[in-house]
Write a protein that binds this ligand. Structure first.
Ligand code: SAH
Ligand code: F3S
Length: 440
C-alpha cells in the first residue's frame, strides 16, 4: 500500500504552492499519496508561516497534537518547513525534540535526503539554507492540473519593509530564467491548463535571464506568456507599488489576457507611516498608479493589504488611510493589526497606542472595505462575465464555482465536465458578497 503524507499549510499562496511541491517531491521519491487524516500518515509536514505572531504560535500547539501518533507509529516522520522553520531552525528541535526534519522554503526539494538521513542516523535533520534557485531544477514535473495553475517566477524579497520577516525567512529576490518559466507553462498546458497565476513575493521585481543572456523584466515576461495561444488569462500575485513600471501599467491597455484584478499592497495611507515602514512610495504615488491603470482598464478591481496600528500610528495617520480607501474604492482586502516580529526594525520602535484603539480602527477599516466590496458585487448583478470553472462549490456540493476576471467567485448550476473551462455567466443574484449566476 502507498505510504501516506499529511501536510498542513499555514499562510500565503507561496506556502500553498510550496506544499504542492512537497507532495510532488515525496510522490516521486516514495510514491506517497496525500491524506487529510494525520493519524494514518507516515509523514506529517507542517508548512509554517511567521508573518504574524498568531500564525507562528499555532505551529507548536499543532505539533503537540500529532506527537502521540509517534507512540503508535515509531516510524512516523514529523517535519516542519516554511518560514517558522527558516527563522527558528534548531530551536524547533529543542522545543519539540520529536521533530525529525526541519527545512526551509528553499530546501523543500531536499526532503527525501533529509528523511533518509534521519532514518539512517536517528538524529533530527535541519537544512534551512538558501541555495538560490537550485530548488526549481530539482522539483519533479507537476502531473495533474486543469484550468488554473500557479507558476512561481521569483522567490524572496529584497525590500526589507521594517515590519516584515519575509526577506529573512525566504531570502532575497531571485528570479527564475525566462525559458524555465515558459517551459513550465507549456508543460502545464499539456495537462489542460488555460490560466496561470504568476507567483512570487514581489512578482513585478522580476529580473529573469532570457535565452540570449539579457535580463528581462516582468512586463516582458507577461507579454511572452500572453503570446502563448493556449493561455486565456493571466493573473499575478503579489506585486509591490514601487515596481509598478509604466511598461507594466501599459499592459492593462494592450493585453486583454491580463485580468481585471490587481492586488497591490499599500499597508497605510499616511506618508509618515509609509516612510517609517520603508515602503518607498507615498500615498499620492499609489493613487497615481491606480489612476493610470484605471484609465486603461476602467472596470479593474483593486485589492490590497493593510497594517493597522503600526508603531506610532496616530488618529491622523489612520484617517489618512481611511481617506485613501475612500479615494480608491477597494474590493476584498487583507487587513491585520500590526504584529511585532523579532529581529525586524519596527519591533524596536516605540508603540504606545492602546490595543483597544487599534482594534477599533481595524474594525472601521474592515467595515468600510466590506461596504465597498458589497457595492462592487451589487454592480455586477445582471452583467455577463467570463469565468473559469474551478470546481465544485464550497457552499453547495451540487453546484460549481467559477472565477470571474475581477476575481469574484460565482456559484452556478452546471455539470462537472465544465471544470477547467471558460464559460459566460450571467450574474442573477447577489447576497452580500456572494454571487450566483447562470450559464449563458
Ligand atoms: N510582497 C507583499 C507582502 C507580502 S507579506 C508586499 O508588497 O507588501 C503579506 C502581508 O502581510 C503584507 O502585505 C502585510 O500587510 C502583512 N504583514 C507583514 N508583516 C506583518 C506584521 N509584522 N504585522 C502585521 N501584518 C504584517
Ligand atoms: Fe515583506 Fe515588504 Fe517584502 S511586506 S515581503 S518586506 S515588500
Amino acid at each position: 500500500m502507498a505510504k501516506k503524507l499529511y501536510i498542513k499549510t499555514y499562510g500565503c499562496q507561496m506556502n500553498e504552492y510550496d506544499s504542492d511541491k512537497m507532495a510532488d517531491v515525496l510522490k516521486a521519491y516514495d510514491g506517497m499519496e496525500q491524506t487529510d487524516k494525520p493519524e494514518e500518515a507516515d509523514v506529517i509536514l507542517f508548512n509554517t508561516c511567521s508573518i504574524r505572531e498568531k500564525a507562528e504560535d499555532k505551529v507548536f500547539s499543532d505539533l503537540g497534537r500529532v506527537r502521540p501518533y509517534k507512540l503508535a507509529n515509531p516510524n512516523l516522520i514529523i517535519g516542519v518547513g516554511g518560514c517558522v522553520a527558516s527563522q527558528e531552525g534548531a530551536t524547533i528541535a529543542q522545543r519539540a525534540p520529536y521533530v525529525d526534519v526541519v527545512f526551509g522554503p528553499q530546501t523543500l526539494h531536499r526532503l527525501p535526503q533529509l528523511i533518509d538521513a534521519r532514518r539512517a542516523t536517528g538524529r533530527t535533520q535541519i537544512d534551512i539554507s538558501f541555495p538560490e534557485i537550485e530548488k526549481f531544477d530539482h522539483l519533479p514535473k507537476q502531473e495533474k492540473a486543469t484550468g488554473t495553475a500557479f507558476v512561481s517566477i521569483m522567490e524572496g524579497c529584497s525590500k526589507y519593509c521594517t515590519f516584515c520577516v519575509v526577506p529573512y525567512t525566504r531570502g532575497e529576490e531571485v528570479s527564475r530564467p525566462l525559458v524555465d518559466v515558459l517551459n513550465e507553462i507549456h508543460g502545464l498546458i499539456k495537462l489542460g491548463v488555460n490560466e496561470v497565476t504568476l507567483l512570487g513575493q514581489n512578482v513585478n521585481a522580476y529580473q529573469g535571464e532570457s535565452e540570449d543572456g539579457e535580463v528581462v523584466d516582468f512586463a516582458y515576461l507577461i507579454q511572452a506568456v500572453a503570446a502563448i495561444d493556449a493561455i486565456v488569462r493571466i493573473r499575478y500575485s503579489t506585486s509591490h507599488p514601487k515596481e509598478m513600471s509604466q511598461r507594466l501599467i501599459d499592459l492593462y491597455g494592450s493585453t486583454p489576457k491580463l485580468v481585471s484584478h490587481l492586488h497591490l499592497p499599500v499597508q497605510s495611507g499616511s506618508d509618515r507611516v509609509l516612510a517609517a515602514m520603508k515602503r518607498g512610495h507615498t500615498a499620492l504615488e499609489y493613487k497615481s498608479i491606480i489612476r493610470r491603470v484605471r484609465a486603461l482598464r476602467p472596470d479593474i478591481c483593486v485589492t490590497s493589504d493593510f497594517i493597522i496600528g503600526f508603531p506610532g500610528e496616530t488618529d491622523a495617520d489612520f484617517e489618512a488611510t481611511m481617506k485613501l480607501i475612500d479615494d480608491i474604492g477597494f474590493d476584498n482586502s487583507f487587513s491585520f493589526l500590526y504584529s511585532p516580529r523579532p529581529g525586524t526594525p519596527a519591533a524596536e520602535m516605540r508603540d504606545d497606542t492602546p490595543h483597544a484603539v487599534k482594534a477599533a480602527r481595524l474594525k472601521r477599516l474592515q467595515d468600510r472595505i466590506s461596504e465597498q466590496e458589497g457595492g462592487i458585487a451589487a454592480a455586477m448583478l445582471g452583467t455577463t462575465q467570463r469565468a473559469l470553472v474551478e470546481g465544485i462549490s464550497k457552499k453547495d456540493s451540487s453546484e460549481l464555482a467559477a472565477r470571474t476576471d475581477n476575481n469574484r467567485v460565482v456559484n452556478f448550476v452546471g455539470t462537472a465536465d465544465l471544470i477547467g473551462q471558460f464559460i459566460e455567466l450571467k450574474i442573477t443574484q447577489v447576497v452580500r458578497h456572494t454571487l450566483r449566476g447562470e450559464k449563458v
